[in-house]
Design a protein around this ligand. Structure first.
Ligand SMILES: Cc1ncc(COP(=O)(O)O)c(C=O)c1O
Length: 473
C-alpha cells in the first residue's frame, strides 16, 4: 500500500530518523540548504564510494543525485583526494596571495571553455552569478537582468525570484514579466532590477526587448534549463538569445553551474556552439570540493581586471578548491573521449530504458535530458498532451507531484536514489557502470509496476503531496 513518502515508522530507516531528530535539535530544520531534503524523507548519509552511497542504516543506493551534481567522478575519487592532500601538504589551506595554482587552473579553464578569456574564482554558484550580474550592469550601464521563469541562479536576494512560482498549487497565476520573490524577507526593490521571460519563448523575449531594451543589461539563462526538471533549448533558441542580446547591446550570461564541464569539457557553450559574453561555473568544476568561477570575454572582464567592479572573498581561490579543480580539469582534458562515452552513452541508455519501463507499466511520462542530466516528468491525470516540456509553464501543467513521489519511494526501496523533488533532475557520473544501469532499469520496471498497482487502489491526486517544507497540500 502506498503510504506517502514519509520514512517514519519504517525500521529500515530507524537510525536515519534517530540521527535526524538529533541534528534538528541544533540545526534549524535539520539541514543547511533549503532544498536538500524533503520533509518526511530524511535519509542520513554515512559514506559514499564511486557511484554508490550508504545511509546510516546500512542501506546502499546507486546515486543519481551526486551531491546535487558536483560529484562528476563519483564519491571519494582517490586521485582527487590525493591531489588535494598533496597541495595542502605543500601550501596549507589558504593562500590569499597569487600562486601557481591560479595560473594552472586559469589556463585549464581558458583552454577548455571556448568563451572564457579571463576569469575569476568564487566559492559558490550563487556568488559567481551575483558577480557576473554586477559586472554586466557595470559594463552596460543598465539595470535590468532578464531571467527565465523556472530557472535558478542561487539564493541571493538579487536572483531568487520566479524560480518555482505556485509550484504546489494546481493552477499557476498568469505569466507576467514582473518577478515573484522566492522567499519571505527579500526586499521588493531587488525585483525592480529583474524581468522574467519564458524559456524557449522567442516572441515573448522580443516583446520584452522592444519595451525595455534600453534598460536591459543582460539575459541570464541556464543554457539547458536544469531547475524545472531538464528542459532543452529548442533548435536555434540559444542562437536567438545570442543575436537579440547583441542587437540591443545587452550581454548574454550563461549560468553553467550545472552544464559546465558536464555537457562537454567546455560545457553547454561547446556542446551547442553558442558563445556567451559571460558564464558562471561551480558544481562539476571541483568534483565535490567547493569552488566556483565566472568569466568571459577579455573586454567585459577588463572591468574586473582594473578593479572598476568589486568582487572578492576571503576564501576565493583557496588551496583545496584550486587543487581539486586542477585535478578535475586535467582529467577531463586527458580522458575526454572515455568520460563522455560513459556520460552520453549510459545517459541515453537510461533515458530510453526509463521511458520504456514507465510506458510498459502504463504510466504516461516524458523522460528528457541530454548527456548526463535528465528528468522524468510523470503526467498528471489531466495533463495536456505534450511530446516535450519546453518551459516552466509546461512543467507545471504536466508534471504530477503525486506520481513522482510514488515512483521515487518505490525506487528508493530498491536502492536507487535521485533527488526527491519533482522538478529537480538526475545526474550521472563518469564512474557509473553498466551494472548500475542494468540494476537501475530493473528497479525502474518493478517500481513503475508498483506505482501502476498503487494507482488502481488510490488514484493520482487522491492523497496529499508533501512540499519541501513539509506542508501537506
Ligand atoms: C543553475 C544554477 N545556478 C546557480 C546555482 C547556485 O549554486 P550554489 O548552490 O553553488 O550556490 C545552482 C545550484 O543548484 C544552479 O543549479
Amino acid at each position: 500500500m502506498y503510504t506517502g513518502t514519509s520514512l517514519s515508522g519504517t525500521s529500515r530507516f530507524a537510525r536515519s530518523q534517530e540521527l535526524f531528530a538529533r541534528i534538528a535539535r541544533t540545526i534549524a530544520g535539520g539541514e543547511s540548504s533549503y532544498a536538500r531534503l524533503k520533509k518526511g524523507l530524511e535519509l542520513c548519509f554515512d559514506h559514499g564510494e564511486g557511484s554508490h552511497f550508504w545511509d546510516v542504516d546500512g542501506n546502499e543506493y546507486i546515486d543519481y543525485s551526486l551531491g546535487y551534481g558536483p560529484l562528476l567522478f563519483g564519491h571519494r575519487p582517490q586521485w582527487l583526494i590525493e591531489a588535494v592532500m598533496e597541495a595542502v601538504a605543500h601550501y596549507g589551506t589558504l593562500s590569499t596571495f597569487p600562486y601557481e595554482l591560479d595560473a594552472e587552473v586559469g589556463e585549464l579553464i581558458t583552454e577548455l571553455v571556448p568563451g572564457v578569456e579571463l576569469l575569476r574564482f568564487a566559492n559558490s554558484g550563487t556568488e559567481a552569478t551575483m558577480a557576473a550580474a554586477r559586472l554586466a550592469r557595470a559594463y552596460t550601464g543598465r539595470t535590468k537582468i532578464v531571467q527565465m521563469e523556472g530557472g535558478y541562479h542561487g539564493w541571493a536576494d538579487t536572483h531568487f525570484w520566479s524560480s518555482h512560482p505556485d509550484v504546489w498549487q494546481p493552477t499557476i497565476r498568469p505569466y507576467s514579466p514582473t518577478p515573484i520573490p522566492g522567499s519571505r524577507g527579500i526586499p521588493a526593490v531587488y525585483g525592480d532590477a529583474l524581468l522574467i521571460a519564458q524559456y524557449n519563448d522567442r516572441e515573448g523575449l522580443e516583446r520584452l526587448f522592444a519595451e525595455h531594451g534600453s534598460d536591459i543589461a543582460a539575459v541570464l539563462v541556464e543554457p539547458v534549463q536544469c531547475n524545472s526538471g531538464v528542459i532543452l533549448p529548442e533548435p536555434g533558441y540559444l542562437e536567438f538569445l545570442r543575436e537579440i542580446t547583441k542587437a540591443y547591446g545587452a550581454l548574454l550570461i550563461f549560468d553553467e553551474v550545472i552544464t559546465g564541464f558536464r555537457l562537454a569539457p567546455g560545457g553547454a557553450q561547446e556542446r551547442f556552439g553558442v558563445i556567451p559574453d559571460l558564464a558562471t561555473f561551480a558544481k562539476a568544476l571541483g568534483g565535490g570540493f567547493p569552488i566556483a568561477a565566472f568569466g568571459g570575454s577579455a573586454d567585459v572582464m577588463a572591468l574586473e581586471a582594473t578593479n572598476q567592479v568589486m568582487h572578492g572573498g576571503t576564501y576565493t581561490a583557496n588551496v583545496l578548491a584550486l587543487a581539486a579543480a586542477k585535478a578535475v580539469l586535467t582529467r577531463i582534458r586527458e580522458q575526454r573521449e572515455a568520460i563522455w562515452a560513459i556520460l552520453d552513452g549510459f545517459g541515453e541508455q537510461l533515458r530510453q530504458g526509463l521511458q520504456e519501463a514507465c510506458e510498459a507499466a502504463g504510466l504516461r511520462c516524458i523522460v528528457q535530458g541530454i548527456g548526463p542530466v535528465w528528468h522524468i516528468f510523470f503526467a498528471k491525470h489531466d495533463a495536456p498532451a505534450l511530446d516535450r516540456i519546453r518551459n516552466y509553464r509546461d512543467a507545471h501543467a504536466y508534471a504530477s507531484i503525486d506520481l513522482f513521489d510514488r515512483f521515487h519511494r518505490a525506487m528508493l526501496e530498491r536502492g536507487v536514489y535521485f533527488h526527491p523533488y519533482h522538478l529537480e533532475r538526475w545526474f550521472l557520473s563518469a564512474v557509473h557502470t553498466a551494472d548500475d544501469v542494468a540494476q537501475t532499469l530493473q528497479a525502474a520496471a518493478e517500481a513503475a509496476a508498483d506505482v501502476a498497482a498503487s494507482l488502481r487502489r488510490q488514484p493520482e491526486g487522491a492523497g496529499s503531496v508533501t512540499t519541501m517544507s513539509g506542508i501537506a497540500q
